[in-house]
Design a protein around this ligand. Structure first.
Ligand code: MN
Length: 255
């Protein structure tokens, strides 16, 4: 296993581990630049508080599409916290069978989120797009001009043509190990230029060695991506670190 110091986990649910403060501390001590996403704006204050005390962890303000059916009313709370953070997520759309009935409401919420981010400017947004790649890209194109914010597509499983469209819209992609286990998805990932790649675990929703993945397990993704692109793990890790830096420009504050 490669050293974890300086790796990037740009999408992890640290507040969903049994011991949230310990999960934050562990990821900070591992030196993994971790974006702690949230699924409801009610989770933001505590995530923000814990992340602020670290060097490597930052919190993102989210309203998960799978929770929109029950929690759309928390959108006002999301608005209220927006000025406190540069990082937004998890947000997006989910057209899977369990969530399709709220799809219209999800679209209204996602449109609102993107429009508010565009007005505020300079936000970095981690976006969910299960079975909704086209609708997600349509929304980004319509409501978030590339000069007004940056999008990282998390666990993107669209087609190569959709990935190409996302690249043209300026999107980055955060790749996890589960994506690379799937032949169709890994072939799509291979088509993404190295300068748009980030890495993620989506812990605790993915597994590493039969336990929930932790940010340090993002090393597995770095190794897999380095094999896929025929470069060394250290070169791939440096590329991802540089991509994080570019993503956070022009005012690269944050990390
Ligand atoms: Mn997630």
């Amino acid at each position: 296993m490669i050293a974890t110091n300086g790796l990037v986990d740009f999408h992890c649910h640290l507040d969903l581990y049994p011991d949230h403060p310990a999960a934050v501390r562990e990821s900070d001590e591992a030196g993994v630049f971790t974006l702690a996403v949230t699924t409801t704006p009610k989770a933001w204050p505590r995530n923000h508080e814990l992340a602020q005390a670290t060097r490597h962890v930052r919190a993102a303000l989210g309203l998960h599409p799978q929770l929109v059916a029950e929690r759309a009313s928390e959108l006002a709370l999301w608005d209220a916290h927006l000025s406190e953070t540069r990082y937004i997520g998890e947000v997006g759309l989910d057209a899977g069978p369990r969530f399709y009935k709220s799809f219209d409401l999800q679209k209204q919420v996602f449109q609102h989120v993107l429009q508010r981010c565009a007005v505020a400017g300079n936000k970095v947004i981690t976006v969910h797009s299960i079975r909704a790649a086209k609708a997600v890209l349509d929304h980004i194109e319509a409501y978030l001009p590339p000069t007004k914010g940056k999008v990282v597509l998390h666990w993107f499983t669209g087609s190569k043509a959709e990935a190409k469209r996302a690249l043209e819209l300026g999107c980055y992609f955060s790749i996890n190990a589960a994506m690379l286990d799937n032949e169709r998805h890994s072939s799509m990932v291979t088509a993404i230029p190295l300068d748009r790649l980030l890495t993620e675990t989506d812990g605790p929703f993915t597994k590493t060695a039969d336990r929930p993945s932790k940010p340090a397990d993002v090393a597995v993704v770095v190794e897999a991506l380095s094999r896929l692109h025929g470069v060394s793990t250290s070169a791939l890790a440096a590329t991802v670190r540089n991509n994080l830096r570019s993503l956070l420009e022009p005012n690269g504050e944050g990390y």
